[in-house]
Design a binder for this molecule. Structure first.
Ligand code: UDP
Length: 502
């Protein structure tokens, strides 16, 4: 109609993380980053299941521009315990059921895209899916929408993970060590670096079927990859990822929550103590003297390992904060039993002020950022790795699952910022081993060298996310380049030309 202007909706970006804290948190942070860098230029919708959306909503202010949409989900239909919508308290066998159940969200995502298309007069500009939701690339194709896969893991970890699941090289040799097809010959893995699901697969089970399918769908259907890493920190890893995926890869990390909120309010999870209690306790310790011990949002260790770790920590005489959970094979949501720790351990630690034990959940970012924290005994989940390196804190690796084994290898061999304690949930960890490795990291020349290297990583990370008037860090430039390309290259075939043009 003459004189009446057509209202143009901003380009719409739909984010679809897999339902695990280590995926939901960085996807939400990515949404915040897009808005922060380009206020008002995009509509960003993060999609998940009702429980996850409820938790995420709690972590956002009421006036947040990020849209959250929940899709109907019934895990019970896939044999999941009632109410399970993420990996938080699932045991090993249920995680594969959650994977399978997540694919049932496909028609609901299609419905959402139809809604958006109808309301806004065009489909979203782009879908950012997850490495475990390759099927979202199929949905994107159906709607003619640009699709990118956001790997919440590092470049090295993602490259090895993809290559391992696609080729399963350990099934074709009896050797303890083997090369991985698609990766340089000098990168060799040991059988002890295999997570339980890939170690036990025969190539035809539910894990292999699901993961091979999702990885292939991503490689065939995505127009590019975003990686939660820093080009300068992970030079080798990023090269490998480009080689393995044959896709354009933008290193846009570290995508970390940095909104001034405590870790609790970001995730909807609560630590049993206030943040002030942690800070006061840390304030009483000397700089770089405290060991922080945590196995992420979903892992725990065995009962025997817990006793050995406790004894090793006590013998090391270093102050520590340890996030404790019921051991393997017990209900993770159940009460923590006193007999899981050495007799009198908790009282001794409290009375001597040497150890702070916290059940289930701790404000990790704040602990790592505190000047008293000197090392992190970690399962090497990628978010934990990024959070540690961002604070210049070296690591003691005890990888448990997924690509954590490859992260630990890269941190030790490539970056020299970690030393590995042991591998896997069945590891025969002893008090002596714990004592030795804690001493090595916290009281030796090698430990000092690791700390210097971790501090250098922290500087590189700061530079990568710098967003000054004159200078734009590499990760910020990569994100802008991705947004620019997504706006210009809706179809996969156009992408390579667009990348060359820019
Ligand atoms: N986390 C936390 N407190 C805890 C345990 C975990 O804040 O007690 C957060 C941690 O800061 C990180 C995420 O949960 O952002 C865990 O992600 P990661 O990739 O390290 O491991 P995952 O839980 O996926 O195995």
């Amino acid at each position: 109609m003459a004189g009446k202007q057509q209202l143009q909706h901003p380009p719409h970006i739909v984010l679809f993380p897999f339902m695990a804290q280590g995926h939901l948190i960085p996807f939400l942070s990515l949404a915040k980053l897009v808005h922060q860098r380009h206020p008002g230029r995009y509509t960003v919708t993060l999609v998940s299941t009702p429980l996850n959306i409820r938790n995420l909503r709690k972590s956002l202010p009421h006036d947040s521009p990020i849209l959250l949409r929940d899709l109907p989900f019934s895990g019970v239909d896939y044999g999941l315990p009632f109410g399970s919508e993420n990996t938080d308290s699932l045991d090993y066998h249920d995680i594969v059921k959650l994977f399978q159940a997540s694919e049932a969200l496909k028609p609901h995502l299609e419905h959402l895209l139809s809604d958006i298309t109808q309301r806004e007069g065009r489909p979203p500009q782009c879908i950012v899916g997850d490495m475990f939701t390759g099927w979202t690339a199929v949905v994107a194709k159906k709607f003619g929408v640009f699709h990118a896969t956001f790997s919440t893991c590092g470049g090295f970890g993602t490259a090895v993970y993809f290559a391992m699941w696609l080729h399963l090289p350990h099934l074709h040799t009896d050797d303890e060590e083997f090369a991985v097809p698609g990766l340089p010959e000098n990168i060799r893995l040991h059988r002890s670096q295999l997570a339980r699901n890939i170690r036990d697969t025969d190539g035809n089970d539910a894990w292999a079927a699901f993961l091979q399918k999702q990885i292939s769908l991503n490689l065939q259907g995505a127009s590019g990859m975003l990686c939660n890493s820093v080009e300068e920190v992970e030079t080798t890893g990023m090269k490998l990822l480009r080689k393995v995926t044959a896709l354009p890869v933008w290193a846009i990390g570290p995508i970390l929550p940095k909104d001034g909120k405590s870790s609790d309010s970001r995730t909807g999870k609560k630590a049993e103590m206030s943040l002030a209690t942690f800070v006061e306790w840390l304030d009483r310790q000397s700089p770089a003297s405290v060991l922080y011990v945590s196995f992420g949002s979903q892992n725990t260790i065995g009962a025997h390992q817990m006793l050995q770790l406790a004894a090793g920590l006590e013998a090391s005489e270093r102050p520590f904060i340890w996030v404790i959970r019921p051991p393997l094979r017990f209900d993770l949501n159940g009460d923590f039993r006193i007999e899981w720790l050495p007799e009198g351990f908790e009282d001794r630690m409290r009375e001597s002020g040497k150890g702070l034990l916290v059940r289930n959940w701790a404000p990790q970012l704040e602990i790592l950022a505190h000047v008293s924290t000197g090392a992190f005994l970690s399962h090497c989940g990628w978010n934990s790795v990024l959070e540690s390196l961002s604070s210049g804190v070296p690591l003691i690796g005890w990888p448990m699952a997924g690509e954590q084994f490859y992260n630990s290898k890269m941190l030790e061999e490539e970056l020299g910022v970690a030393v590995e304690l042991e591998r896997g949930p069945d590891a025969d960890v002893t008090e002596r081993m714990v004592g030795r490795v804690v001493k090595q990291v916290m009281r030796s020349e090698k430990g000092e060298d690791m700390r210097r290297r971790a501090a250098r990583c922290s500087e590189m990370i700061r530079a990568a996310v710098c967003d000054g008037e004159k200078q734009k860090g590499a990760s910020m430039a990569a994100l802008d380049s991705f947004l620019e390309i997504a706006s210009r290259a809706p179809a996969r075939g156009d992408l390579k030309t667009s990348v060359q043009e820019l």
